[in-house]
Design a protein around this ligand. Structure first.
Ligand SMILES: N[C@@H](CCC[C@H](N)C(=O)O)C(=O)O
Length: 263
C-alpha cells in the first residue's frame, strides 16, 4: 500500500483535492478511487478533484473529475484553485496559460496567491426553457430567477430539474438567482456532486451572462455575486449577442495538505 500526497483548496467554499501529477505516476482513470477520495465521511472530502499535469505549449494541464468519480466539463472555481496551486508549486508567477477540458485558459493571480481572475470561454448561445435561461460556460447551466432564495429548498428543486426528462441524460447544473440590488445572490445544485455546493464558478458566470441578456445590457459589464461560500465577480464585454473577454474573479485558498493510503 502506498500513500498519495494531496492538497486541499477552496474557492468561495467550492472545495477541491489537488494532486501534483507532473510525473504522471497517478492513474486517475479510476472512478471508484476518485469518488472514495472525495467522500466526506470515508475520504478527504471535496466537490471535485484535479490533477495538475505537464502539457507541451502550456504551463500545465488541468484534469478535473466531479465528486462522483466521473470526468467532467469545466470547473471555474477549480480552475481558479489550480492556478493558486501552480503558483504554490512555483510553476507560475503572476499569470498563466493552461489547458483545461474546454480549451486554453488565461489567468492572473495576486502577489499573495489568494485572488485569481480566470478567463472563461466566450458565449454566444443563450437558450430559453420556459422562464429559465440555459447556456454553456464550459459546463451546462440552467438559470432560474426567484425570490425568497435564502429559504428555498435548492436540493429538492434543483435535483428535480437536473433529473427531468429533458436534462437527465447529459445532466445540468441548476442555478437559482435573486436580484438583491447591487449584487445577485446565487445558489447552485451541481451535477456530479448531486447536491447543493457553496459556490459554482461556471454557474455564476452563466448567471451574470443570463442576467445581462435578460436586461439587454451591452458594453463592458461587471457583476457582483454572493454565494453561500463568499463573494465572486464576473466581467465581460458584450454586443448583446456575444459575450467575450469573460473573467471569473474571486478567492482561491489553500486549506491543508496530507497523505492518504491508496488501498
Ligand atoms: N463547481 C464547478 C462546476 C464543476 C462541474 C459541474 N459539477 C458539472 O458537472 O458540470 C465550477 O466552479 O464551475
Amino acid at each position: 500500500m502506498s500513500d498519495l500526497h494531496f492538497y486541499k483548496y477552496q474557492g468561495a467554499g467550492n472545495d477541491f483535492i489537488l494532486i501534483d501529477n507532473r510525473d504522471n505516476v497517478v492513474n486517475h482513470q479510476q472512478p471508484e478511487l476518485i469518488a472514495a477520495l472525495c467522500n466526506r465521511r470515508f475520504g478527504i472530502g471535496a466537490d471535485g478533484i484535479m490533477f495538475l499535469q505537464q502539457k507541451e505549449g502550456y504551463d500545465f494541464e488541468m484534469v478535473y473529475y466531479n465528486a462522483d468519480g466521473k470526468p467532467s466539463s469545466m470547473c471555474g472555481n477549480g480552475g481558479r484553485c489550480i492556478v493558486a496551486f501552480a503558483k504554490h508549486l512555483n510553476i507560475i508567477h503572476d499569470e498563466t496559460n493552461f489547458l483545461a477540458v474546454d480549451g486554453p485558459h488565461y489567468a492572473k493571480i495576486s502577489e499573495d496567491g489568494s485572488w485569481v481572475s480566470l478567463q472563461m470561454i466566450d458565449v454566444s448561445k443563450v437558450d430559453s426553457d420556459k422562464d429559465a435561461l440555459v447556456l454553456n460556460t464550459g459546463s451546462p447551466h440552467y438559470v432560474a430567477c426567484t425570490s425568497g432564495l435564502a429559504d428555498k429548498n435548492v436540493y429538492t428543486e434543483g435535483r428535480t430539474i437536473r433529473n427531468s426528462e429533458k436534462y437527465k441524460e447529459e445532466g445540468i447544473n441548476v442555478n437559482f438567482v435573486e436580484d438583491q440590488g447591487d449584487h445577485y445572490f446565487v445558489r447552485t445544485y451541481e451535477r456530479g456532486v448531486e447536491d447543493e455546493t457553496y459556490a459554482c464558478g461556471t454557474g455564476v458566470t452563466a448567471v451574470a451572462i443570463a442576467m445581462a441578456k435578460r436586461k439587454g445590457l451591452t458594453g463592458d459589464v461587471s457583476t457582483a455575486i454572493k454565494v453561500l461560500g463568499g463573494d465572486l465577480n464576473v466581467k465581460f464585454h458584450t454586443d448583446g449577442l456575444r459575450y467575450t473577454s469573460v473573467f471569473l474573479e474571486g478567492p482561491a485558498e489553500f486549506v491543508f495538505e496530507g497523505n492518504i493510503p491508496l488501498k
